[in-house]
Write a protein that binds this ligand. Structure first.
Ligand SMILES: [Fe+2]
Length: 457
């Protein structure tokens, strides 16, 4: 009798016991808790010829976006390859998608996973790995539609349904469909309160809609659910801190950084991205950040030669610029030029976004604000090509406004600040930017109005 997973897919070379461990790892992955890599390794240990366990191990590592994991990814894929003669068509297609990702072709990986779920819409792993691939490639439409296309095959009776709702919520949110995103995210959390991705999807809605107090309440009332034993906790702390940033509570944000986000010293790249993203925002406010930049730059320094994922490189650049480490700034620019001239998805990302953004950040750090404006003005509308969320990429727009103000390009700054308050009128930072632009334009009345709006937040 062949073993099938909880959604009815055949698993080659697995008994019921290993299948249960596979499900355990999948459930951890779906809620961003525990250590799914360690869990799936238990299955491999018990059954070294369990093909999908090797594939899942590779997929989990790929979604970490770290070059240092590359060798282990290849080791798992090679092990799976050796077992592929006995595999089902579905398993082979999983393997083909993971291999494409490992070879640096994220688009092909995404396409293969999409094709797979046309035939197997209940393949939770294919959907989630595909969803993360969509996130890393900044494909907002597919973040929503990959899940929407499979959803009718799911209902509450299918294990892991919450994860589908949570992913759909995030996809809807990235496409500006905030009402349905919030509805879907809350439904997911009702079904599984520990679904950190669904909690995060609602956090994004509250961020984008500028509902700071709702956001703080949302995070605070379920803090144990998303922060304990979670490998996604730093990013969710980052989201919580963003609400305080919009309320003008920089002291609180610094406290969040020191207590929760600074754990980036553990050198997990995805956490370091959040640390850079938060310190850069605080830097734009002109705060004295003490030795925090130096510490973070040291954590990024071993990654300067990675050339693995341009989104990460851009965040490394923030730390190098912030710490005034000109040696690392130069080294990373050179490495990005090499990456941009290469092949594969990251070459495109480096060419179209990573390198021009890194140059603009470097110009900003060197006080060449007009150059920074030049670099950032058009870039923010194509920056989705190197992945991340709208909330993460907002940093480009904010840096652009700050550069325009410092370059005394007040007419441009006024236009840009108008755009920002139109997007989020509940942000104290945005009104302060309007006020500065208005003062620069000599429009004292507009400045006073903007300052009043800021005070009212
Ligand atoms: Fe996020």
């Amino acid at each position: 009798m062949p073993t099938v997973d909880a959604r009815g897919h055949l698993l080659t070379n697995a008994s019921t016991a290993e299948c249960a461990v596979f499900e355990e790892a999948l459930a951890e992955f779906q809620t961003y808790t525990g250590d799914p890599v360690a869990t799936i390794e238990r299955a491999i240990e018990a059954r070294p010829d369990f093909l999908m366990a090797h594939v899942m191990r590779a997929q989990l590592m790929l979604t970490g976006t770290e070059k240092v994991l590359e060798a282990e990814v290849v080791r798992s894929l090679d092990a799976a390859d050796r077992l592929a003669k006995d595999a089902t068509d579905r398993e082979r297609r999983h393997l083909g998608a993971a291999r494409a990702w490992a070879d640096g072709d994220f688009e092909l990986a995404s396409r293969r996973l999409f094709d797979l779920t046309i035939d197997h819409p209940r393949d939770a792993l294919a959907l989630q790995v595909g969803h993360l691939c969509d996130f890393y490639t900044g494909n907002a439409g597919l973040l929503r539609d990959r899940i929407a296309g499979a959803l009718p095959a799911w209902d509450e009776g299918v294990p892991g349904y919450h994860a589908l709702l949570g992913m759909h919520a995030f996809g809807l949110e990235e496409n500006g469909d905030y009402r349905r995103a919030e509805e879907s995210g809350r439904q997911a959390v009702d079904l599984n309160p520990k679904d950190a991705w669904a909690i995060h999807a609602v956090a994004h809605v509250l961020e984008m809609e500028g509902r700071q107090q709702d956001g703080i309440d949302w995070m605070a009332t379920r803090v144990a659910d998303w922060s304990e034993n979670s490998f996604f906790a730093v990013h969710n702390w980052w989201h919580w801190a963003l609400y305080h940033l919009d309320l003008g509570e920089a002291d609180k944000v610094l406290q969040f950084y020191d207590d929760r986000i600074r754990t980036a010293r553990s050198a997990v790249v995805l956490d370091m991205v959040d640390a850079s993203a938060m310190l850069w925002r605080l830097n734009l406010l002109g705060l004295d950040l003490g030795g925090r930049w130096e510490e973070l730059a040291e954590a990024w320094a071993p990654h300067v030669e990675d050339g693995y994922y341009a989104f990460n490189d851009a965040h490394a650049m923030m730390a190098f610029v912030g710490a005034r480490r000109d040696d690392l700034v130069t080294a990373l620019l050179v490495r990005l030029e090499v990456a941009a001239a290469g092949t594969g998805t990251n070459a495109m990302m480096s060419r179209d976004v990573g390198l021009p953004l890194a140059r603009a950040l470097s110009s900003f750090g060197a006080g060449r604000y007009e150059d920074a404006v030049d670099g950032l003005l058009g870039l923010r509308y194509v920056a989705n090509r190197f992945g991340g969320s709208n909330a993460q990429r907002d940093l480009l727009g904010w840096t652009l406004v700050e550069a325009a103000l410092r370059a005394e390009m007040f007419a441009l700054a006024e236009t840009l600040t108008n755009q920002r308050v139109a997007q989020k009128s509940s942000s104290l930072q945005n009104w302060q930017l309007v006020a500065r632009a208005s003062i620069g334009r000599g429009n004292d009345r507009a400045a006073a109005t903007a300052q009043d709006r800021a005070k009212g937040i």
